[in-house]
Design a binder for this molecule. Structure first.
Ligand code: OGA
Ligand code: NI
Length: 346
């Protein structure tokens, strides 16, 4: 790991990407990918399976599709999830990011916090920055919410996010049960580890237009620490790419679907059967893009590890038991693209 950057003298908050764009300055060097091949925008489409949530627990065919999706792509799209207001969620996201910087800064992230408005912390001079401004909010359990980070503007933001949370809590339960069923395991084996104190964190992303998509990434390649991530994509603008067998693919948009991704924690619980895919976001010179990623983490007191029935002589235990994997992930720079899961390999 590179040397940490000297503490800045001014402690002024760093410019957001939106301010950078408005200032008309050239793209600062620390946003430019040093990789000589640049960013490949022209990659094949990922044929990610589409799963129907209403028949997921009863249809053998849907369960097989799910199992194959999770162990190859590490992603599936889910339809018939019963959420009728996805466009409203997208709309309040856009409206929040359109507010003046001064208004958004009321919700600025604190130095050591997760929740709040900001962009990536600079911890080394070599770090390449992401072309995105973000708002992170803990949405579940309700008693861990910190309302001061919940925008009051637009007016309906809080209500819509609350309603969305309730729906996602129900959907995650169905999905974890189906994940177990798809491996012929007892229904609750993943849910038991995910626990009653599970935490859901909403990450709202805004990717401004970028004049050099060939040189700048919206998000650097990374895996997610969570058990699963529920991603609401922009309805019109693509940008997410994922890696499979060392090749990049772009993720198609299905406007009415949620994209569910395996995170490192589910890879650990499944003893490596489910794949936590490396993914990144490319930028776009013509259009800005929004997305909302909800990260579903087990409670910090829950011990997670490979489910016993997935460990045998032909499939030895691949991962140690861990608590609070999200901390391990950050300590090992998972958010900066390092393979943090290697730290818990046996
Ligand atoms: C993330 C992420 C994808 C996207 O926030 O971890 O991968 O499309 N987002 O914004
Ligand atoms: Ni991600």
């Amino acid at each position: 790991m590179a040397e940490p950057a000297p503490p800045s003298k001014t402690h002024m908050p760093r410019k957001t990407v939106q301010e950078l764009v408005l200032s008309g300055e050239e793209i600062p060097g620390n946003y430019i990918q040093k990789d000589r091949n640049g960013v490949d925008l022209d990659v094949p489409l990922a044929e990610i399976p589409v799963v129907n949530l209403t028949s997921l627990s009863t249809s053998k065919e849907e369960l097989e599709k799910l199992q194959s999706a999770l162990s190859s792509w590490g992603y599936f799209q889910v339809i018939n999830h019963g959420i009728s207001f996805l466009d409203e969620v997208r709309e309040v996201t856009k409206q929040f990011f359109k507010l003046p910087e001064e208004e958004k800064r009321k919700y600025s992230r604190e130095a050591d916090g997760v929740d709040g408005y900001g962009n990536d912390k600079i911890i080394s001079e070599q770090q390449i920055l992401d072309w995105t401004d973000q708002l992170y909010i803990t949405i579940s359990p309700e008693d861990q919410r910190r309302l001061k980070f919940w925008p009051e503007n637009p007016k309906s933001f809080r209500d819509i996010l609350h309603d969305y949370t309730i729906k996602l809590e129900m959907i995650t339960e169905v999905i974890f049960k189906a994940m177990a069923k798809s491996l012929n395991l007892e229904d609750n084996c993943f849910l038991d580890q995910y626990g009653k104190e599970a935490t859901m964190i909403a990450g709202f992303n805004f990717y401004p237009k970028c004049p050099r998509p060939d040189l700048v990434l919206g998000l650097k390649p990374h895996t997610d620490a969570a058990a699963i991530t529920i991603l609401l994509q922009d309805k019109e603008v693509e940008g997410l790419q994922l890696q499979k067998d060392n090749q990049w693919f772009k993720v198609p948009i299905i406007p009415e679907a949620l994209l569910i991704g395996v995170g490192d924690t589910a890879e650990i619980m499944s003893n490596g059967i489910f794949k936590s895919p490396v993914h990144k976001v490319v930028t776009n010179s013509e259009r800005e893009r929004i997305s909302l990623a909800v990260f579903c983490h087990p409670g910090s007191n829950e011990e997670i590890g490979p489910v016993d029935t997935l460990v045998d002589e032909s499939r030895p235990r691949l991962y140690k038991k861990v608590k609070n994997y999200a901390d391990i992930y950050f300590q090992n720079f998972g958010h900066l693209g390092k393979r943090a899961i290697d730290a818990v390999k046996i």
